[in-house]
Design a protein around this ligand. Structure first.
Ligand SMILES: [Zn+2]
Length: 398
């Protein structure tokens, strides 16, 4: 299928007067798409031979990169089930024990709950997902296989990464063998959770995590909720193992609450080690004072990204599946109110810089992008302008 997407706007630069950046300049373009790839980008008034192309009217929308959900749990969704609040639990171990029996007995099957979650996010414009999937001896490969089955139906709508996640503790639940199976069965990343407060064995837990990563040559995305001294030890061990295994640019730490507990000198030192080793921090923008210092991380050169994480599951009754809502919350918490700061913030859900000398949109890229009826990225983020359309590899998804 070949089509020309006409009349869309691309931001090219910031508009500044008397040192005040009040907006962005845009240029009107037509994009040619063939077999899911952007094959040409024409500026306005350029003569185009449109024979053989379907014409799509972009209606002067702003074109932005694909929106990405970088932290979600396909297997934990309660969407579609009757309302139930969160059961009390003394700690994470009690929480996931109760969660497992709840999910096993849930009166709506895995695949329908997962579809409800995916559809919710597709509707807000997301077309890339990184999902953690619980792997432990009680569940074996069942959740992974069920998730892969559902994803077959979404091939033309989204791409994804699946993280084998030993939610019940790699050591505590003796999950190493099942984790190996999961990586053999197509999981794309190794996950992990709290080597001290869950596994109670910092060395063994993290050594095994890195062993799995190097053996299967996959990246790591590690849930780290540790606080205080446990956090200090865990960060140090993760960075040291990254250096030893040369796993630079292949390690993510999700949550990283403990960054808040380090004094400024110690934090600066750790941040520069995270940057040197290209370790990414992913946050779900919590409101309970444990949010990592994301703007400080960014300033130190550490890559930061955002994910929704829990959306109506056994861990949280909240969440609407809209990454722009999370991004808006991030901007408000960190007081990012300028045109430039708001524009740059979009990188946390796209992984791409919007305004660059050569532009983010390139010939040869997959035709996966977002259309918004906003004057600029800054307005999109600050005003939470609804996504008008999303395309994945040339297919219109929303
Ligand atoms: Zn999570």
């Amino acid at each position: 299928m070949k089509f020309l997407l006409q009349d869309v706007r691309m931001e090219t630069s910031f508009l500044t007067e008397n040192n005040f950046t009040y907006g962005t300049a845009t240029k009107n373009v037509t994009i040619a798409v063939e077999n899911g790839i952007i094959t040409d980008i024409f500026e306005k008034n350029h003569a185009i031979n449109s024979s053989g192309y379907t014409i799509v009217n972009g209606q002067n929308a702003l074109i932005l990169p694909q929106l990405r959900e970088m932290h979600i749990h396909f297997d934990k969704s309660k969407l579609g089930l009757p309302w139930s609040p969160i059961e009390p639990a003394k700690n994470r171990v009690e929480r996931f024990t109760k969660e497992f029996s709840y999910l096993e007995k849930a009166p709506l099957d895995f695949s329908n709950r997962m579809k409800n979650l995916i559809n919710l996010e597709l509707d807000s414009g997301v077309t890339h997902f990184r999902s953690h999937i619980d792997i432990h001896p009680l569940v074996g490969q069942r959740y992974l296989e069920a998730a892969q089955e559902v994803l077959i139906n979404y091939q033309d709508k989204l791409d994804y990464e699946l993280v084998a996640f030993p939610q019940h503790g790699l050591i505590l639940s003796n999950a190493y063998g099942e984790m190996k199976n999961a990586l053999q069965n197509g999981a794309n990343l190794v996950g992990g959770v709290d080597p001290i407060s869950i596994d109670n064995n910092l060395e063994q837990s993290l050594n095994q995590t890195f062993n799995l990563a190097t053996e299967f040559d996959v990246p790591i995305d590690y849930h780290l909720h540790e606080r205080g001294d446990a956090a200090r030890k865990a960060f140090n061990k993760i960075v040291t193992l990254t250096e030893e295994t040369k796993w630079q640019d292949k390690v993510t730490i999700s949550h990283a609450y403990g960054l808040r507990d380090l004094d400024s000198m110690e934090r600066a030192e750790l941040l520069s080690r995270l940057a040197d080793n290209q370790i990414t921090i992913i946050s779900s923008i919590p409101l309970n004072f444990v949010i990592p210092p994301l703007t400080e991380l960014k300033k130190a050169g550490v890559k930061t990204l955002i994910g929704c994480d829990n959306i109506y599951d056994c861990w949280s009754p909240f969440g609407n599946g809209d990454v722009i809502d999370k991004l808006n919350r991030y901007a408000e918490i960190f007081d990012l109110t300028s045109q430039k700061d708001l524009t740059e913030s979009l990188e946390l859900v796209t992984g791409k810089k919007i305004i660059t000398p050569s532009g983010w949109l390139k010939i040869g890229m997959p035709a996966s992008f977002t259309l918004v009826n906003a004057s600029s990225t800054a307005e999109f983020v600050a005003r939470k302008v609804p996504v008008a359309a999303s395309y994945f590899k040339g297919n219109k998804v929303k």
